[in-house]
Design a protein around this ligand. Structure first.
Ligand code: PRP
Ligand code: URA
Length: 207
């Protein structure tokens, strides 16, 4: 299995603990998920390419940095929206693409139902967002769509992963780094991550 980057920063782990907690309210869940998303995105962009630019301060001209390439955020609908909401203020000029994928509840197979991708994917640094990497089916399907549309630089940000999903993902997409806050024990008989946090979309949107 290719190693994911597991973000062990104490703040990440404290926010993760609150979103795992069964009696965390919907509002608290969203708030902690958003704070955790900010931390994960900062880690995911640690090696982002920048261009050197000159900047004039009130006192002198000095060297500064600008994004070298467009940034594209791709939340997997629905639960990925909970991450995107927090990350967009950090990169306000980012393009937001959407990929809709729902797991079939009986088979856990990914069922793509929507896609709106920009034409700049081939030139962009693309960040795929989904809180959960369980079987890996949804993330693999989303990356397939992004690569078919031309993306070459993709990073996957997820909150909770597990060995099964990480192996399946790395087998299909070894070139896509995974940034996560946790690698949990495994999957239950309904393909939910254990201990996990339950259904991320339902907890984020109160359904
Ligand atoms: C959840 C989650 C991932 C997927 C992970 O979404 O947000 O997209 O399941 O499972 P996998 O790794 O086995 O594919 P779900 O399909 O429940 O849709 P939702 O976001 O609308 O709740
Ligand atoms: N989707 C979720 O929301 N949670 C899981 O544990 C697995 C898939």
């Amino acid at each position: 299995m290719d190693s994911p980057v597991v973000v062990s920063h104490p703040l990440a782990q404290i926010h993760l603990t609150e979103i795992r907690r069964v009696n965390t309210t919907c509002g608290q869940f969203r708030w902690h998920l958003q704070r955790l998303a900010e931390i994960l995105f900062i880690e995911a962009t640690r090696h982002l390419k920048t261009s050197a630019i000159r900047v004039q301060t009130p006192l002198a001209e000095t060297e500064g940095a600008a994004f070298a390439r467009p940034i594209v955020l791709v939340p997997i609908l629905r639960a990925g929206l909970g991450l995107q909401e927090a990350i967009l203020p950090l990169v306000p000029d980012a393009i937001v693409a959407h990929v809709g994928i729902a797991r079939d509840e009986a088979t856990a197979q990914p069922m793509p139902y929507y896609s709106k991708l920009p034409s700049v994917l081939a030139q962009a640094d693309v960040f795929l967002l989904d809180p959960m990497l369980a079987t890996g089916g949804s993330a693999c399907s989303a990356v397939n769509q992004l690569k078919e549309a031309g993306a070459t630089s993709i990073t996957f940000i997820c909150v909770v992963s597990c060995p099964h999903g990480l192996q399946a993902f790395a087998a299909q997409h070894p070139d896509v780094p995974v940034i996560t806050a946790a690698v949990d024990d495994g999957l239950n008989d309904r393909c939910y991550i254990v201990p996990g946090l339950g259904d991320a979309g339902d907890r984020c949107f109160g359904t």
